[in-house]
Design a protein around this ligand. Structure first.
Ligand code: ADP
Length: 398
């Protein structure tokens, strides 16, 4: 060989060598990335013998690399999946497709773990399947927390139902003895008020008043339990009729406070009429009560939005501080003493329940000293698919 040819040959060899070095370096980088990956990765040959596992695989399975190489993934079999499951996996892979599924495997210590698996065939240059690569995400913690949440939810629903039942039974059974105490107190008042001494008069008045308060409280609790327990049974309901009923119920307070209560044209909605009466009556009686000594001015409006009606009940009363906007809808939350304003703290909690049972929302906007507006929504069209709706769609609705 001539010297020039020899030099050329050497240069080709050096360049090939550099290329090989570069490819080796790249391969080392890839292997290091695979080894450090937080996913569990392994390769098997065509018969399923393990060729390589990364560190996460070792960590998740509890086996060392040496214990796994040469074995098949059957070593991890949990017994949870039926034989057909693995058959289907192999059939998919041998067809040259990617197999994806949830897998439950068994660790070396016998405990089970769950993975989101993705196994793919690897082909050589001729397109022949030579091995398989599996990438799996450990979802054990995720599944465990989902299960925990599901159990907690079931437990919460159960204890809520028990509490609701308890509140109903307790308030219902309290009615009877209260009625007896009340009528005895009324008889005492009728026969003996002004006939004994001043202290006795005071005691009688206190007792009569306490009976009255307890009656309101029991009525409120019963209303709340009924709203929670009864099937919503939504039917086309004219809110104009509802308001007229509420005006009649509140006629005495409206007259006594010299209130002006007005409403604009109101729609027919799909609702439970008894619940709507509760809702409007609580909001309007609050507007009458918290008027701040002035003759109350109350307006009821309804505005059609895209898929719901937006109702509002506004007053020009004492208003509510912004920090209490959420709190007042909770049970027994009152912003005033009994001496300032009578009440049970149940009215708005009932309103919230009623609106929730109709699939709507309720909230308040208010400025202290200037007045409040309570807004609530009732779905307009989507109610036809409302789960608690058990009637057919009438033709008269908007
Ligand atoms: P109650 O009226 O029996 O006290 P509610 O649940 O109806 O109970 O109302 C809770 C609290 O919200 C009331 O005690 C009052 O402080 C406040 N509130 C409700 N409606 C109004 C209103 N229209 N104006 C001012 N404050 C109100």
């Amino acid at each position: 060989m001539r010297k020039a040819d020899l030099i050329k040959e050497l240069e080709i060899l050096r360049s090939d060598n550099e290329q090989i070095q570069k490819e080796r370096e790249n391969a080392r980088m890839f292997m290091s990335a695979i080894d450090q990956s937080s996913e569990s990765i392994f390769f098997t040959d065509i018969k399923g013998h393990i060729l390589y596992v990364n560190q996460t695989f070792e960590k998740n399975s509890g086996y060392t690399r040496d214990e796994l190489i040469g074995k098949t993934p059957r070593i991890l079999k949990s017994g949870v999946h039926p034989p057909g499951f693995y058959k289907e996996m192999w059939a998919t892979l041998l067809r040259g497709e990617v197999w994806r599924s949830h897998l439950t495997n068994k660790r070396k210590d016998g405990s089970l773990y769950h993975e989101d698996a993705n196994i793919a065939p690897v082909r050589n240059e001729q397109g022949k399947i030579t091995s398989f690569v599996s990438v799996k995400t450990d979802i054990t913690e995720l599944l465990e927390s989902q299960n925990y949440l599901r159990e907690m939810n079931a437990e919460l629903s159960r204890s809520n139902a028990e509490l609701e039942q308890f509140a109903y039974v307790a308030s219902h059974d309290l009615q009877e003895p209260l009625r007896s105490v009340s009528s005895c107190m009324q008889l005492l008042e009728k026969r003996y008020l002004g006939k004994l001494d001043e202290r006795a008069d005071e005691f009688i008045r206190h007792a009569v008043e306490a009976c009255h308060r307890m009656r309101n409280l029991i009525d409120g609790l019963l209303s709340l339990s009924r709203v929670q327990a009864t099937a919503t049974n939504l039917v086309p309901t004219d809110t104009e009729d509802i308001l007229n009923q509420v005006y009649a119920n509140l006629a005495h307070s409206i007259k006594a406070t010299e209130a002006t209560v007005s409403h604009e044209s109101l729609p027919v909605v799909f609702a439970n009429s008894q619940m709507l009466i509760h809702l409007f009556q609580n909001l309007i009686s609050n507007a009458l009560k918290f008027s701040g000594g002035q003759p109350p001015v109350v307006r009821v409006r309804a505005e059609r939005k895209k898929d719901h009606w937006l109702f509002s009940v506004s007053d020009q009363g004492i208003g509510i501080e912004k920090s209490y906007f959420d709190r007042i809808f909770h049970l027994f939350q009152r912003l005033h003493t009994r001496e300032e304003y009578s009440g049970t703290g149940l009215g708005l909690a009932i309103c919230l329940k009623v609106v929730e049972r109709h699939g709507g929302n309720i909230w308040v906007e208010s400025t202290l000293g200037k007045g409040s507006t309570f807004f609530f929504t009732l779905p307009a069209v989507s109610l036809w698919s409302h789960p608690s709706s058990d009637i057919a769609k009438p033709s008269t609705l908007p």
